[in-house]
Design a protein around this ligand. Structure first.
Ligand code: 4AD
Ligand code: MG
Length: 481
């Protein structure tokens, strides 16, 4: 008899069979009913103990959190809430869990509390549902690209370049921090460091991904990225995972088409394949909403929201149009925004992005053609507009409740224009010689984008804090576990 999973047993319609299962006790009620979970599904299987013929000392060890090995018969359930249950013939305690100490008691815990017990929090319904969805979304992402002829590339984690030019990098060094070698100018001498130069954890795999796009055509990366920005928000992590496709001969419109199709496809995948976890999370949100004032409640249920994104075209709006909308909108005129929009050229804050998505267009929005000044050096410059304003072929995708979920662009493929831009921003040609080579030898238009994986998981699960959709969040002042 091979041990089954709870998921297998619950979906089985053959009863009166001998089965064997291992899992953790979620609850034990009336000295009789174990709700057993093994992570294979959000649902528990009920295991019924013949307590009159079971040792008292054994019954005492059946506590929340204990690991058990159960043998018995799968039978039709007489109780409500489940179709089958296990009539237990033997139970072995594999690992005790002291009920006085075990932190994950069968009651409602705050997400803050669970974060402090991140090593145990996936034993709760909500966090386990989130992690199963995270896994499923990862798979859907790889599947989408594989089905569409993309190659999966691994780009370096340790790098010498700052792709985004924001200077928000974590240094990688094995120099003695207390007593680093100094050069003649009295600065730290990185030529004596491990790699013979200054290196950092990557903020993006894009620049390297471009090298592969310019040889393999359609590629993507899916890896960890690191940002030392001191943003203590519910949408920022210091370590997060990013998906970055990069495609040769594709322009900005093609990039938008790809991103939209891709997002719709991966969300469809989970609607199809993660029904139980989504139903659970949807109910969780409905319950949570009841505790909130009307104005703060979700307008749509979770699955409706996912369907809405899948079924509707994303609204494509230029930055210039967006600024006009924002300048004239009520919250701007009434000074309800923290940052008032006056001029063309200012960067949008998340309050503006969320206004556009949630209040104005009420659907996902793709903003494109941003002012050159507020975007990274590698973006393709447009000809100046009728007012002489300079924009680049950038695009950001904004989602309800999240704000920016995707950032991308058509890349500057013209060597001279790129060199000028780098010079203006003090970006070293020596450092990025290889990147410039792509423009020297067989240059071509190409585009790509970066999707913040955790922001996607937030959207898909309805979780409101990014720290609750990654197993072990890294944020300013926190790298526990
Ligand atoms: O907009 P970003 O900075 O774009 C890039 O890094 C480009 N090199 C991508 C590309 O074109 N290949 O980041 C992309 C996405 C954002 O839209 C956001 O979803 C996510 O990464 N992101 C973060 N997610 C969590 N925590 C942070 N600190 C994030 N910073 C960006
Ligand atoms: Mg961005």
């Amino acid at each position: 008899m091979k041990p089954s999973t709870v998921a297998e047993l619950l979906s089985q319609n053959k009863t009166q069979v001998e089965i064997e299962i291992k899992g953790w006790v979620r609850t034990f009620r009336a000295n009789r009913f174990i709700a057993l979970n093994d992570g294979s599904t959000i649902n528990n299987i009920q295991c019924v103990i013949d307590f009159e013929n079971t040792d008292e000392s054994l019954l005492k060890r059946i506590t929340t959190g204990a690991a058990v090995h159960i043998k018995g018969t799968l039978v039709e359930s007489k109780g409500k809430g489940q179709s089958v249950e296990i009539q237990v013939s033997s139970i072995d305690i594999l690992g005790d869990s002291n009920p006085e100490e075990y932190p994950i008691q069968p009651k409602k815990h705050s997400f803050e509390f669970l974060r402090e017990h991140a090593h145990l929090r996936t034993r709760t319904n909500t966090l386990s549902a989130v992690m199963r969805l995270r896994s499923s979304l990862s798979f859907a992402i790889h599947k989408y690209f594989n089905d569409n002829g993309f190659y999966y590339m691994h780009t370096p984690i340790i790098t010498g370049s700052d792709a985004e030019g924001a200077g928000e990098m974590f240094r990688v060094s094995n120099l003695d921090a207390k007593n680093p070698p100094l050069n003649d100018e009295g600065e730290v001498d990185y030529t004596q460091d491990f790699f013979g130069k200054e290196t950092n954890l990557t903020v993006s795999g894009q620049l390297e991904a471009e090298t592969f796009a310019m040889s393999l055509g359609k590629v993507y990366t899916f890896g960890p990225t690191f940002r030392a920005e001191n943003s203590n928000t519910s949408r920022h992590l210091s370590e997060f995972w990013m998906i970055e496709p990069e495609v040769a001969f594709m322009d900005l419109t093609g990039n938008m088409d790809l991103a939209e199709d891709f997002l719709k496809s991966v969300l469809s995948y989970i609607l199809e394949n993660n029904k139980e976890d989504l139903a659970f999370l949807e109910q969780r949100l409905i319950q949570e909403d009841k505790t909130k004032p009307q104005a703060k409640r979700n307008e749509m249920t979770l699955t409706k929201k996912l369907r809405f994104v899948i079924d509707n075209n994303f609204k494509r709006v230029s930055y210039t149009e967006a600024i006009d909308i924002l300048r004239n909108c009520k919250p701007n005129k009434k000074k309800k925004f923290k940052y008032i929009i006056n001029e063309w050229g200012t960067d949008l804050q998340s309050e503006h992005e969320r206004f556009l998505v949630e209040k104005y267009f009420k659907c996902p929005v793709i903003l494109f053609n941003y002012p050159a000044k507020i975007k990274a050096f590698y973006m393709r410059q447009n000809d100046p507009d009728e007012k002489g304003r300079k924009t680049v072929r950038a695009m950001d995708i904004l989602f309800p409740g999240i704000g920016e979920i995707v950032g991308g662009a058509q890349r500057e493929e013209r060597l001279e224009v790129l060199k000028e831009k780098m010079a203006a921003l003090n970006i070293s040609e020596e450092e990025l010689w290889w990147y410039l080579d792509l423009r020297k030898y067989g240059t071509a238009i190409h585009s790509g984008f970066g999707l913040g994986f955790e922001r996607l998981v937030m959207f898909a699960t309805g979780m409101s804090n990014i720290r609750d959709v990654i197993p072990f969040p890294r944020t300013p002042q926190n790298a526990d576990f």
